[in-house]
Ligand binder design. Structure first.
Ligand code: 5GP
Length: 210
């Protein structure tokens, strides 16, 4: 994907966060259609699957014990507790792919993204490959409308997620790129354009024939 004649590059680790309801999953869905070869990292979680979600496709659904065993074995690039559940990204979902020049898309929360940023200080692959993108909803009112419109969460969960969203929004300055997601078509197109810029980055070039 990141290949050009005479130029060998590492892939990009696209670390994408934003409050629940900002439209990340719709952007991801559209990106899958636009770039079928793009790899989406499958995270581990201890939350229950929602209707239609599949193990190994949407998430690896683990028990708390299974998750904690993987923490102890150091298998996660990052993990965090979000809404009373564990979520985490496995090193195995990312490292081989970016080394082979493929891009990998990580839809993770702010705590996880910041762990990757910190880890990048000692980890060369993360330092070269990770790029941080924040997706924001156009307004609080719109966010509330989207969260309620989903109809998949209980009122308690919606209220919790709205509170969380307000505090998550404060983190956008820690990211390198911001997409204000008014409409998912435009948001996905913007994400695609940012990806094209990632492919021109000098820091991921391994070899250039000249
Ligand atoms: P959901 O339960 O709606 O699928 O995801 C809830 C939140 O968890 C989202 O903000 C999502 O970005 C985040 N999330 C999903 N996978 C991971 C992961 O591997 N690590 C972290 N830190 N957050 C994740």
């Amino acid at each position: 994907m990141a290949e050009e004649k005479g130029c060998e590059r590492l892939g990009t680790i696209m670390v994408v966060s934003g409050p629940s309801g900002a439209g990340k999953s719709t952007i991801c869905k559209k990106l899958r259609e636009m770039v079928p070869e793009l790899r989406f990292s499958v995270s581990c979680t201890t939350r229950n699957p929602r209707p239609g979600e599949e193990h190994g496709v949407d998430y690896y659904f683990l028990t708390r014990e299974e998750f904690e065993t993987r923490i102890a074995r150091n298998e996660f690039i990052e993990y965090a507790r979000v809404f009373d559940n564990y979520y985490g990204t496995l090193y195995s979902e990312v490292a081989d792919r970016v080394n082979a020049g493929e891009d990998v898309f990580l839809d993770i929360d702010v705590q996880g993204a910041m762990q990757i940023k910190q880890r990048a200080a000692e980890d060369e692959l993360l330092r070269k490959c990770a790029e941080f993108v924040f997706i924001a909803p156009p307004s609080y009112e719109e966010l509330e409308k989207r969260l309620r419109g989903r109809g998949t969460e209980t009122e308690d969960v919606v209220i919790k997620r709205l509170g969380q969203a307000a505090s998550e929004m404060a983190n956008w300055p820690k990211y390198d790129y911001l997409i204000i997601n008014e409409c998912s078509d435009a948001g996905a197109r913007r994400m695609y354009e940012i990806m094209q810029a990632f492919h021109c980055s000098c820091k991921r070039i391994r070899k250039l024939e000249f």
